[in-house]
Design a protein around this ligand. Structure first.
Ligand SMILES: Nc1ncnc2c1ncn2[C@@H]1O[C@H](COP(=O)(O)OP(=O)(O)OP(=O)(O)O)[C@@H](O)[C@H]1O
Ligand SMILES: [Mg+2]
Ligand SMILES: [Zn+2]
Length: 297
């Protein structure tokens, strides 16, 4: 993918005076209380989908225990430093940082104590030379606790993208992460339902393998739009394991298009949020997915 000549215009979040990433217009936390729902997959493919639209994008792997970015992007190089800032690595036009880049053996586990984890994450924000970006996506570890709290204290992000799967039994953990965000003042930007359905070779029905309705329920609980329902597609895992996310490897595929649609809806939502940020007005363009009045405070 060649670098586009000029990035499309996008508005910015409100920066704090001591913002750790002042050159970054928009920061999104990709999270879920539940493990294995596709946070890293969504973060990686959404990053590439935004880049395909011409935006300048970075991806910070905030999972210190189980980094995914080195595998998904097929990259292991050592970042360099000038003694002041660490240069992120770059792949497919995305700036990348992961604890996996700093370990001799990316699969070796680090036993982090709370303050170290906090410190490493803050360093990944303020000591990495992210430069000017339209979007920085943070791929968060599963669970609700420390990481969201640390981030809320240090960074005014646009908000969280909550990833869920459709099945009812999985929702409790996802609800907990929504409550956690509310508690620490992180807005919910939107909900992504992953592995929503499967398209088989034999017919054009959407086979709902894991039940239905989880994404809509989480969206309703969070008061945020359901931005996408992404299909279960074996190529997502195959390409992820092979080190080239499917949006990059197979941009014409239905699944890649679903990620680009997610990117478009996210951009719309961000623009609306940023426009409303000044006076606390939020314009909801979700078309009713949200089940609330289109303008709210
Ligand atoms: N839509 C999809 N279709 C097929 N496979 C998928 C899809 N989304 C994710 N996967 C696969 O499911 C597995 C888990 O995904 P991923 O690592 O993105 O989840 P995660 O929520 O980041 O997990 P963790 O909680 O461990 O960080 C991976 O093997 C990934 O390739
Ligand atoms: Mg992950
Ligand atoms: Zn079928």
């Amino acid at each position: 993918m060649s670098e586009p000549a000029k990035a499309p215009e996008i508005s910015s979040r409100t920066l704090a005076e001591d913002d750790p990433v002042p050159g970054v217009k928009n920061v999104l936390l990709v999270m879920s209380g539940k493990g294995g729902v596709g946070k890293s997959t969504v973060a990686a493919n959404l990053a590439l989908a935004l880049a395909r639209r011409g935006y300048r994008v970075g991806l910070l792997d905030a999972d210190m225990y189980g980094p995914s970015v080195p595998t998904m992007f097929g990259i292991t190089g050592q970042p360099v430093t000038d003694g002041k800032k660490i240069q992120p690595l770059a792949r497919f036009g995305i700036k990348l940082m992961s604890i996996g880049f700093l370990l001799d053996d990316p699969k070796s586990a680090i036993v982090w104590r709370g303050p170290m984890l906090h410190g490493a994450l803050v360093q990944f924000l303020q000591d990495v030379s992210w430069g000017e970006l339209d979007f920085l996506l943070l791929d968060l570890p599963p669970g609700t606790g420390d990481v969201a709290l640390t981030l809320s204290q240090r960074l005014r992000s646009n908000g969280a993208l909550i990833v869920t799967t459709p099945q009812e039994v999985a929702l409790m953990d996802v609800y907990k992460s929504v409550s956690m965000c509310e508690k620490v003042g992180i807005p919910i930007t939107g909900v992504v339902e992953n592995e929503s359905y499967f398209l088989c070779d034999g017919c054009d029905k959407r086979h709902e393998l894991f039940g239905a309705g989880g994404g809509a329920k989480v969206a309703e609980m969070a008061g945020a739009p359901l931005l996408a329902q992404l299909p279960l597609d074996p190529s997502v895992r195959e390409w992820g394991d092979a080190g080239t996310p499917v949006v990059q490897a197979s941009p014409g595929s239905a699944i890649a298009k679903a990620f680009v649609e997610l990117a478009d809806r996210l951009v719309e939502r961000i623009e609306a949020d940023n426009a409303g940020a000044g006076d606390g007005l939020v314009i909801d363009r979700s078309g009713g997915v949200n089940r609330r009045l289109p303008i709210s405070r």
